[in-house]
Design a protein around this ligand. Structure first.
Ligand code: UD1
Ligand code: CA
Length: 467
C-alpha cells in the first residue's frame, strides 16, 4: 500500500527536563521517533517525512549518519512552532503537493501498531475520505481534542479541550488521538484554509475536519479500543510507562513462541532481536540491537547482549557480548566480556573474568580464567592458562597474536604481539613471550628458581630470639 507518513516531531518536550529533543529519548533501545518511523513503514508508508524543530540537528544526525541511518527519510524543519496545522502546512509548502494517502502521526506516540495504521489507511481509501481520524476513549479525557458527532453519528468537528464549552468538555468522551489519514490531494489544496482563531492562537490540524464537513467532503472516525496503543510521552514517567508496555508486548510474543522467562518483568528485549525456542532468559538480561539467540540456550542472569549472535545450546552467564558471536555449545561466564568482533567457534569456552576483543577462538578451545585476549586468533583445542594476556598495544599500534591448534599456554603468560605460536607448542607458566615459537616446541621465559634448605627455619628462629 503506497502512502506518505508525516511524523510531527518538532516539539520541545519541556516536561522531559532534558537537553535532548523529546523524540530522541529511548523506549527500550531505540528513540521514540524510530518506533514511529518503523510502524509507518510496516504499515506500508513508502515515503516518510519528519517535521523537526527543537533539537532538529540531533534527530537528523541520528537518521543520516547515526545508529538509525535511513537515507530515505525526508526532513522538514519547522522553525516556528505555530501548531500542528502549521507543521503540516510547512511540509506541503516545502516539498510541494502530496498525492495518495497521507498519514499524520506524532513522533512521541511509540506504541501505535502498524496494523492499526494500515486499517486507518484502508478505511480512508475504501470510502474516499478526505480525512479519517483515529479516535480513542481514555479514562482521563482532559487535554485531548474531542470528537463531535451529529445525530447520525457522523463526525462534525474536533474541538480542542481549551476551546470546548463546559458542557462539551463534560459530555464528549471520544478523543482525537492525533493520528489521521488524509487524502493527499485534498489536503494539499485545503491546508491553507486553517486559521489561528482559537483559544491557543495556534493553527490546529484538527480544524481540517470542520473545514471538510463544511465543504461536504467525507470525514470519518476509526475508534481504537485499546487506548494504550495511543499513549503519548510527555514526561519521563510516561516514558517509563510506555517502555513497560512495550517490554511486555515483546516478552509476551517471545513466550508465545516458546522462549522461557523466569520473570518477564526483569528481561528487556529490543524490537530487532530474535530468540529461539526453549531458550530461557533469566533476570536482568538485556538483549539489544540486532542480537540473535538460538535454541536451548540459557542467557542471564545479569547479561547484556548487543548485536550479538549466539548459536544453539549456549550458556551465557553474567556476561556482556557486544558486536561479537558465539557458535553452538559455547559456555560464557560468569563475568565474561566479549566485544569488538570476538568469535567463539563450537564447543569453546569463555570463562570467568575474561575479556576478549576481536579474537577468534577455535573449536573446543578454552579461555577459562582471568585473561585478556585482543586481536588474536586461536586454533582448535587450545588451552589458555589463567591470567594470560596478549600485549597487543604498544601505545600506538595494535598487533596480532596467532596461536596454532592444540597449543597449551601456561598460567600468567604474556604474549607480546606480534607473535606466532605454532601447533602443539607448550608455553611455560609466567613466561613473557616476545619471539615466535615453532610448532611442537616448549618455550619458557623465567629466571631459574633458587632454593636454600633450612634458610626459612633459621630466619623464623632469629626473629623469635629478638623478642
Ligand atoms: C493534539 C491534537 C488533539 C489531540 C492530541 C492527541 C491539535 C490541535 N490537537 O493536541 O486534538 O487530542 O494531539 O495527543 O492537533 N507539533 C509540531 N509542530 C507544532 C505543534 C506541534 O511538530 O507546531 C508536534 C508536537 O511535537 C507533537 C504533536 O505535534 O508531537 C502534537 O502537538 P501538541 O502540541 O502536543 O498537540 P496537543 O495539544 O497534544
Ligand atoms: Ca501533546
Amino acid at each position: 500500500m503506497s502512502a506518505t507518513a508525516i511524523i510531527l516531531a518538532a516539539g520541545e518536550g519541556t516536561r522531559m527536563k532534558s537537553h535532548h529533543p523529546k523524540v530522541m529519548h529511548k523506549m527500550l533501545d531505540h528513540p521514540l521517533v524510530w518506533w514511529v518511523v518503523r510502524a509507518a513503514r510496516q504499515a506500508g508508508a513508502d515515503r516518510v517525512i519528519l517535521v523537526v524543530g527543537s533539537g532538529a540537528q540531533e534527530v537528523r544526525d541520528y537518521f543520516t549518519t547515526g545508529e538509525g541511518k535511513d537515507e530515505s527519510i525526508e526532513f522538514v524543519e519547522q522553525t516556528k512552532r505555530l501548531g500542528t496545522g502549521h507543521a503540516v502546512r510547512t511540509v506541503i509548502d516545502t516539498l510541494g503537493n502530496i498525492k495518495g494517502p497521507v498519514v499524520v502521526m506524532n513522533g512521541d506516540g511509540p506504541l501505535l501498531r502498524p496494523q492499526t495504521i494500515a486499517a486507518l489507511i484502508n478505511e480512508s481509501k475504501t470510502n474516499h475520505n478526505a480525512c479519517t481520524v483515529l479516535t480513542m476513549t481514555p479514562p482521563d479525557v482532559s487535554g485531548y481534542g474531542r470528537v463531535a458527532k451529529d445525530d447520525q453519528g457522523a463526525v462534525t468537528a474536533i474541538i480542542e479541550d481549551k476551546d470546548c464549552t463546559p458542557e462539551q468538555r463534560q459530555t464528549l468522551m471520544e478523543c482525537n488521538s492525533g493520528v489521521y489519514c488524509f487524502c493527499g490531494r485534498r489536503l494539499s489544496e485545503n491546508i491553507g484554509k486553517i486559521t489561528n482563531d482559537n483559544a491557543q492562537g495556534e493553527y490546529y490540524l484538527t480544524d481540517m475536519v470542520g473545514i471538510y464537513v463544511g465543504m461536504g467532503e467525507p470525514v470519518a472516525a476509526v475508534h481504537v479500543d485499546d487506548y494504550g496503543e495511543l499513549l503519548g510521552v510527555n514526561s519521563r514517567s510516561q516514558l517509563a510507562q510506555v517502555t513497560k508496555i512495550m517490554q511486555r508486548r515483546i516478552n509476551e510474543r517471545l513466550m508465545a513462541e516458546g522462549v522461557g522467562m523466569l520473570d518477564p518483568d526483569q528481561v528487556w528485549v529490543g524490537p530487532e532481536v530474535s530468540v529461539g525456542q526453549d531458550t530461557v532468559l533469566l533476570p536482568q538480561t538485556f538483549l539489544w540491537g540486532k542480537t540473535t539467540v538460538g535454541e536451548d540456550c540459557t542467557v542471564g542472569p545479569n547479561s547484556r547482549l548487543t548485536n550479538a549472535t549466539v548459536g544453539d545450546r549456549c550458556l551465557v552467564d553474567e556476561t556482556i557480548i557486544v558486536d561479537s558471536a558465539i557458535d553452538n555449545d559455547v559456555n560464557c561466564g560468569p563475568r565474561a566480556y566479549l566485544r569488538g568482533g570476538a568469535h567463539f567457534h563450537d564447543h569453546s569456552k569463555a570463562g570467568t573474568h575474561v575479556e576478549l576483543k576481536g579474537t577468534e577462538v577455535g573449536e573446543g578451545s578454552k579461555v577459562p580464567h582471568l585473561s585478556y585476549l585482543g586481536d588474536a586468533r586461536l586454533g582448535k583445542d587450545v588451552n589458555i592458562g589463567g591470567g594470560t594476556i596478549t600485549c597487543n598495544y604498544d601505545g600506538k599500534h595494535k598487533s596480532h597474536t596467532e596461536i596454532g591448534d592444540h597449543v597449551f599456554v601456561g598460567s600468567d603468560v604474556m604474549l607480546v604481539a606480534p607473535v606466532t605460536i605454532g601447533d602443539n607448542a607448550l608455553l611455560g607458566a609466567a613466561s613473557c613471550i616476545t619471539k615466535d615459537v615453532p610448532a611442537g616446541a616448549l618455550s619458557l621465559e623465567r629466571s631459574r628458581q633458587m632454593t636454600r634448605e633450612g634458610w626459612a627455619d633459621a630466619y623464623w628462629k632469629r626473629l623469635e630470639e629478638e623478642d
